[in-house]
Design a protein around this ligand. Structure first.
Ligand code: HEM
Length: 139
């Protein structure tokens, strides 16, 4: 049976191509995510966005791996630490803006985008996003 994570990975493949990395897609995501809020734009004002683009791409695998294994990889643990209260202190509610921006970018880049694909992205990312929010106070 095809799981939501399978549907998510197939969609991701259509969006980024074969193992590659789609600058336009990631660029569009950041445009939506950062462009939609002064509060978020402020957090990224000193950020090297080229480096951030590469990290985002890898992060999508760490998040979806978590949906399959239920175990945070060392990389995901590190990302949670960086965003946690004692470091960047990212407010948990901003993760919903993050997912919405990502889904919006996918809708523009996946030619097969539909409700099933959208739900698959949200389901595949949800456990990892929950982990990030959960770790906010603890990391
Ligand atoms: C699950 C969602 C997210 C993932 C996977 C993610 C991933 C990452 C990664 C991999 C880094 C680099 C960490 C490092 O320096 O080692 C980073 C940095 C950062 N993230 Fe996120 N992030 C997420 C959500 C957010 C949200 C919601 C915000 C809110 C605005 C945010 C703001 C930042 C900031 C400000 C940095 C530091 C950038 C810099 O180095 O200047 N992130 N993120």
């Amino acid at each position: 049976m095809k799981t939501p994570v399978d549907t998510f990975r197939q969609s991701l493949g259509r969006v980024v191509g074969n193992g590659a990395y789609n600058h336009e897609f990631i660029g569009r995501f950041y445009e939506l995510f950062i462009g939609g809020s002064h509060r978020i734009a402020d957090m990224f004002k000193d950020t090297d966005m080229a480096a951030q683009h590469a990290m985002l791409h890898d992060s999508l695998s760490f998040l979806s791996d978590y949906a399959l294994s239920g175990k945070a990889s060392p990389q995901l643990q590190n990302i949670a630490r960086v965003h946690g209260r004692s470091r960047r202190n990212i407010p948990p509610e901003l993760y919903d803006v993050w997912v919405d921006s990502l889904v919006e970018a996918v809708s523009e880049f996946d030619p097969e985008f539909n409700d099933e694909v959208e739900l698959a992205w949200r389901l595949a990312l949800a456990p990892g996003i929950t982990y990030m929010k959960f770790m906010h106070r603890r990391a």
